[in-house]
Design a protein around this ligand. Structure first.
Ligand code: ZN
Length: 171
């Protein structure tokens, strides 16, 4: 296992659409283990493969509270099959947009279908923090970031800040 570097905006890989995983081989198993290790080390509650530059449809999530047993989910080719009608507002952050947090409105429940590491198809009805995290991470697989849901003014401010940092560090 290894901790892999996390990409920060405006890296173009964070805006690309990822490819489905065709076979769950050793490479995918290593990838999943590395993603979990990277997420826990960050620390974060979710990580999508494009955030470490791997353009494949896989995310890892663990929303267990601090002090509780870890509850890792590895979701391969995940798909939300149903969104609930109620909306919840939650403060979100992103490891690829470090140190910022904004409130985002999303459906408060979702049904997600995915394949696990053993190749089994799983369906989960999620609510609360898990529902938010699933939507946030799955968006990453399509190049969508949570700041895309903010007002244009707020989003532009975030994008400008990171564009400037990228320019400074490229010097
Ligand atoms: Zn994120």
């Amino acid at each position: 296992m290894a901790i892999r570097p996390i990409l920060i905006i405006p890296d173009a890989r964070l805006r690309a659409v990822c490819d489905p995983i065709v076979e769950i081989d050793d490479e995918i198993k290593t990838l999943a283990a590395d993603m979990l290790e990277t997420m826990y080390a960050a620390p974060g509650i979710g990580l999508a493969a494009p955030q470490i530059g791997v353009m494949k449809r896989i995310v890892v999530i663990d929303v267990a509270n601090e002090g509780d047993e870890p509850a890792p989910h590895v979701m391969i080719n995940p798909e939300i099959t149903q969104f609930g009608e109620e909306i919840q507002v939650t403060e979100e952050g992103c490891l690829s947009i470090p140190e910022l947090y904004y409130e985002v409105e999303r459906p408060s429940t979702v049904t997600v279908k995915y394949t696990n590491l053993e190749g089994k198809e799983i369906t989960v009805d999620a609510d609360g923090k898990l529902a938010v995290c699933i939507q946030h991470e799955l968006d990453h697989l399509d190049g969508v970031l949570y700041i895309d849901y903010l007002s244009r003014l707020k989003r532009d401010r975030v994008i400008k800040k990171f564009d400037k940092q990228a320019r400074l560090s490229a010097r």
